[in-house]
Design a protein around this ligand. Structure first.
Ligand SMILES: Nc1ncnc2c1ncn2[C@@H]1O[C@H](COP(=O)(O)OP(=O)(O)OP(=O)(O)O)[C@@H](O)[C@H]1O
Length: 311
């Protein structure tokens, strides 16, 4: 496990990280999400020892992280780090040797990895001859060739086509399944929603939320419902009910906490989750009495909505 503890960082007068604290555990992918300039790269560079944060520390397996630990990390930098004029396979072998892997093992692993990311046919081309997506596949091979104990990837999915996203994703999932903690940053919420099990959300240098994607979504989904009926105007006229969006014939609406105390939709009283659910049920019953209900369910909030709410 890797723990980031209370990291704050200033560039000159400007504070860009504020008491950043989170951990990355093994067995799954952790998505590090934030808008451009939120502080993801600065945090990752602090973990890697490429910058020394003004305050705070990073622990690996419970101890302050050392340079030796870091040689066992795999890193994919945002600016990518390949030599344009070197052949793809040679380059993977070169980086493996830099990490102390012997030549024969490096060659074997390079071939396996190139096969794995569907790049074997391009193995003997110069990096600069490859598309950006293929360069990224090569970069993934470089970050994995020394069989790292921790993987840290800065925007590994940006600029990839859907097939390449699936290839990179399955490679990362294999690593996670091997027990390697994987931290990847992204500003693409749709990608993160699909890919990561654990989330760390950062905004303007501050951690806004951490936890499993599912539990964060559930936490932010209280009072959110989806219904499909012929006429739904009466629902939106209820106290505390607001429209969140529409998809086809479906209305997605939220019942506010503490709403309905005037008795609308039948319920007064406490503002807890059970009460909101009861109000949802009351709306369903009324909808059924008014005509056919094609769909009614609790709606799980999209990550993009959570992101807007907590930012
Ligand atoms: N070397 C530097 N000197 C001064 N300011 C910097 C430096 N590097 C980054 N910053 C600033 O620090 C803030 C955080 O940047 P950082 O690159 O960590 O964000 P990010 O979340 O990775 O963004 P992006 O998604 O755009 O890469 C930004 O406002 C950025 O302009």
């Amino acid at each position: 496990m890797l723990e980031v503890k209370g990291i704050s960082h200033w560039y000159g007068e400007r504070q860009v990280l504020r008491d950043v604290t989170f951990s990355v555990t093994s067995g799954h992918l952790t998505g590090f999400v934030g808008a451009n300039g939120a502080g993801k790269t600065t945090t990752m560079r602090s973990i890697l020892g490429l910058i020394r944060p003004t305050k705070g520390e990073v622990l690996f397996q419970g101890k302050p992280i050392s340079d030796t630990d870091r040689t066992r990390f795999g890193y994919m930098p945002e600016e990518r780090g390949l030599y344009p004029k070197m052949k793809v396979r040679e380059q993977i072998i070169y980086f493996a040797k830099l990490h102390g892997v012997d030549g024969a093992t490096a060659a074997k692993r390079a071939d396996e990895l190139l096969e794995r990311v569907n790049l074997a046919e391009r193995a003997n081309e110069n990096v600069e001859a490859l598309s950006l997506g293929n360069q990224q596949r090569a970069q993934i091979c470089v970050s994995l060739v020394h069989e790292p104990e921790f993987l840290i990837l800065d925007e590994p999915f940006s600029g990839l086509d859907p097939i390449a996203v699936d290839v990179v994703l399955s490679v990362l999932q294999e690593q996670a399944a091997r027990g390697v903690p994987v931290l990847f940053s992204s500003h693409q919420l749709d990608v993160v929603e699909r890919l990561s099990d654990e989330l760390v959300i950062i905004s303007e240098g501050e951690i806004k939320a951490t936890g499993s994607r599912r539990s964060l979504q559930e936490q932010h989904s209280q009072g959110l419902f989806r219904i499909s009926v012929d006429d739904d105007a009466w629902i939106l006229a209820q106290d505390g009910v607001t429209e969140v969006g529409r998809e086809g014939e479906d209305l997605i609406f939220r019942i506010a906490r503490g709403a309905g105390d005037d008795g609308s939709a039948g319920f007064a009283g406490d503002s807890d989750g059970a009460d909101i659910d009861a109000r949802g049920q009351a709306i369903l019953q009324e909808a059924v009495s008014r005509g056919p209900v094609r769909r009614f369910n609790h709606e799980l909030v999209r990550l993009s909505t959570i992101f807007k709410e907590i930012r």
